[in-house]
Design a protein around this ligand. Structure first.
Ligand code: ATP
Length: 144
């Protein structure tokens, strides 16, 4: 079944970040296609997302078969395998996906994603560190 219509997002990589993101989107009423090359992760999420598929997102024919190019929004939630992240990003741009989000593990990774033309690059660890710093400071204020 193709779920590319209306409010749908494809999430590539279902690690801790991708899984959390996919679940949150589902809870908000968005249709989610999850893709991961790890069979165990796919099994674990089966039934929880609109569709979950075990596949290698660095292969063009795979992305075409899954009609990823018909999604308005795709999130690359692959982190530490920088090569896979970059290959997937390059293919999604070539397939002219209108809005691509990608997570970067560090500034170098983020710069490459931006140079490729990824529309939104996010840095979860860096952002969370900054956010927690504010929380820690706020908590310290309670004791002053
Ligand atoms: P997290 O912090 O979200 O747990 P991570 O930053 O450690 O993840 P990775 O382990 O590199 O990131 O990737 C997250 C997920 O992406 C993994 O479940 C991995 O199986 C999947 N993944 C990596 N490469 C590919 C690929 N080519 N195709 C599909 N899925 C992939």
């Amino acid at each position: 079944r193709r779920i590319a219509e209306a409010d749908s997002v494809a999430v590539i990589g279902l690690g801790r970040f991708g899984t959390s993101l996919a679940r949150e989107l589902m809870a908000a009423g968005t249709e989610v296609l999850g893709i991961d090359r790890d069979e165990d992760l796919v099994q674990a999420l089966n039934g929880e997302l609109t569709q979950v598929v075990r596949a290698d997102a660095t292969k063009e024919e795979v992305l075409r078969q899954l009609a990823v190019d018909e999604f308005d929004r795709v999130v690359i939630a692959i982190g530490h395998d920088v090569t896979a992240s970059i290959l997937a990003a390059s293919l999604l741009i070539q397939l002219q996906v209108p809005v691509i989000w990608a997570k970067a593990v560090d500034d170098q990774h983020g710069r490459i994603l931006e140079q490729l033309g990824v529309h939104h690059v996010i840095y979860p660890e860096k952002d969370m560190g900054r956010r927690v710093a504010h929380l820690v400071r706020g908590a310290a204020m309670d004791y002053l």
